[in-house]
Write a protein that binds this ligand. Structure first.
Ligand code: ZN
Length: 124
C-alpha cells in the first residue's frame, strides 16, 4: 500500500516561519559577534579575557514592539543590534547609559557613541 502524506496542519507553516526566524536571528547574532569582536561595544569588556565572569548580550536598539508586524529582516539585523556586557546592558535598560548612532542609516554597523546620563538636578 502506498501512503500519501497527510495534509499538513496549518500550524506547520507557522512553525516553519518560527524556524526561519530563529535561523535568521542566529545568523544576525553571528555577524554581530564578528563585527564587534565579541566585546562589549561600550566598555570593550571581552568575556574571553575578562578576569571575572562577563556575559555578553545582543542588545536591540529598537524595541521589538515598535516593529511588530514587520518582516524579521527589518526587525532584527546588524544595524539595530549591538553587543553589550552584562553591566552596560543593565545600565542601558536602567536609562543610565544612552546609545547614539552617528549615522541612522548605518546604525550599529557605523559608529555608536555611549553617553552616561547625568542625574537630573534636583529642583527645590
Ligand atoms: Zn560593557
Amino acid at each position: 500500500m502506498i501512503g500519501f502524506p497527510k495534509p499538513k496542519p496549518r500550524t506547520s507553516a507557522r512553525r516553519k516561519l518560527k524556524r526561519d526566524e530563529r535561523l535568521w536571528i542566529a545568523s544576525v547574532r553571528e555577524e554581530v559577534v564578528e563585527r564587534d569582536g565579541g566585546r562589549c561595544r561600550s566598555c570593550l569588556a571581552n568575556p574571553m579575557t575578562a578576569s571575572q565572569p562577563t556575559y555578553i548580550h545582543m542588545h536591540e536598539l529598537v524595541f521589538r514592539s515598535a516593529t511588530s508586524g514587520r518582516p524579521i529582516q527589518e526587525r532584527i539585523n546588524t544595524r539595530l543590534s549591538v553587543l553589550l556586557c552584562d553591566s552596560c546592558h543593565r545600565e542601558v535598560h536602567a536609562h543610565r547609559l544612552k546609545i547614539k548612532m552617528e549615522d541612522e542609516e548605518r546604525g550599529a554597523d557605523g559608529v555608536l557613541t555611549f553617553h552616561r546620563q547625568d542625574e537630573r538636578p534636583q529642583p527645590f
